[in-house]
Design a protein around this ligand. Structure first.
Ligand SMILES: O=C(O)CCC(=O)C(=O)O
Ligand SMILES: [Fe+2]
Length: 248
């Protein structure tokens, strides 16, 4: 099945990156930033000898400011821009969204510490600010695992990008928590049961999916730091293009 057909029928496809070497650069930068924050925090030096997961756990518990600083720094890390400009990704986006006719809505590098992953997401559609107002069918998410990890997987509901689901943005509980999404699926339980799949993405691959596809995190009890990058794109041909771009 070709990519366009797969995207249309299943709501996603997997591609192999042209330049997987870039992954190691990003992973090393994440590690460097973690070490840097640990040193700035001037904490117990022995933690620097531990695994990346333990270092990150230490940072989360003892220096949350460092964690958010890393997130912000990575937002403007050029190699993440270049990762999403991988020839194979651009070739696919050209076909799906129209050659030279799409824009990046969002880009982030997620650091998820397992097993107590506080950022795990329940069923949702990817959305930018105003979920219910965007036609998610002409908008694409690209999701790329960066490091070696057993947890590079997501649950998806195959074909759910075609349904009319309702997504509610729930307000922050307090200033420390983030907004959460509640997806009311317009699908019967049998459909959900039969079409829920655990998609495992190998290092060097990217998951390309409709922003309308219902998906959720897979939480495992493996102790590790999972590094992933994700970016979202919208077609200039989208009826929402001008409104959504103005909201940025
Ligand atoms: O990484 C995950 O587990 C879920 C990420 C995701 O779906 C998102 O950030 O929108
Ligand atoms: Fe998502």
């Amino acid at each position: 099945m070709n990519q366009i057909k797969e995207l249309d029928i299943k709501g996603y496809f997997i591609l192999k990156l042209k330049e997987p070497k870039r992954l190691l650069k990003i992973e090393n930068m994440v590690k460097l930033l973690i070490d840097n924050e640990l040193m700035i925090a001037n904490l117990n030096k022995s933690v620097l000898e531990e695994s990346t997961a333990s270092k990150y756990e230490f940072l989360m518990k003892n220096y949350t400011k460092g964690k958010s600083k890393i997130y912000n720094i990575l937002k403007s890390y050029i190699d993440i821009d270049l990762l999403f400009s991988d020839k194979k990704i651009l070739k696919s986006l050209d076909k799906i969204l129209g050659a030279n006719k799409y824009f990046k809505l969002f880009q982030a590098c997620r650091l998820d510490y397992y097993p107590n992953n506080e950022h795990s997401l329940d069923w949702h559609q990817d959305a930018f600010k105003n979920a219910s107002n965007i036609n998610l069918r002409d908008s694409i998410t690209v999701w790329i695992p960066i490091n070696k990890s057993k947890n590079h997987s997501l649950y998806i509901i195959e074909g759910s990008h075609k349904g009319n689901h309702k997504q509610i943005v729930k307000k922050r509980k307090n200033k420390f928590s983030s907004e959460s999404l509640e997806l009311k699926l317009n699908l019967n339980n049998k459909y959900i049961y039969e079409n829920t799949k655990l998609i495992r993405i190998k290092k060097g691959e990217a998951l390309v999916m409709s922003m309308a596809l219902a998906h959720k995190s897979n939480i495992t009890d493996e102790k590790e730091l999972r590094i992933t990058c994700l970016s979202r794109f919208i077609s200039f041909n989208s009826k929402d293009f001008f409104r959504v771009s103005e909201e940025q």
